[in-house]
Design a protein around this ligand. Structure first.
Ligand SMILES: [Zn+2]
Length: 133
């Protein structure tokens, strides 16, 4: 099995996502994840700086997956959803139940992140998980 080495640039990108690093605009304060080169609101006036998100937020929408893709077949059923971070951006991810019934508005924090490389296709997967606070 031949594993291709990802480029340094790609690893930097992955590391940013893995650590929930996005950016925010110094001009208006709007936060983005994933990071944007220019602020949607300020355009040419935007001054972007890196920002690490707390990982705290609330469930914005979710769905329970009962028939998963092969990659996650051992984990079904599981919940995937969109979490609205306290800082504003929406992030997709798995949401662990941990014995709590997940609802719209349930407070969550980022929990466990896992990343793996599919050696055959050279694809890299990353995702964060959220769990109820
Ligand atoms: Zn702005």
């Amino acid at each position: 099995m031949l594993m291709e080495k990802p480029s340094a640039g790609l690893w930097r990108k992955i590391k940013a996502r893995y650590n929930l690093v996005g950016n925010s605009c110094k001009t208006c304060g709007k936060a983005y994840f994933p990071p944007r080169i220019v602020c949607r609101k300020c355009g040419r006036e935007s001054k972007m700086e890196n920002k690490k998100f707390s990982g705290n937020g609330e469930v914005y929408s979710f769905t329970k997956i009962r028939v998963p893709p092969d990659t996650f077949k051992d984990e079904a059923p599981y919940i995937v959803g969109v979490v609205k971070l306290d800082e504003g951006p929406m992030v997709e991810g798995h949401i662990l139940e941990n014995g709590t019934e997940i609802k719209i508005g349930t407070k969550v924090r980022s929990a466990f992140r896992r990343m793996y490389v599919d050696g055959e296709e050279g694809l890299i997967y990353y995702h964060y998980k959220f769990e109820p606070v």
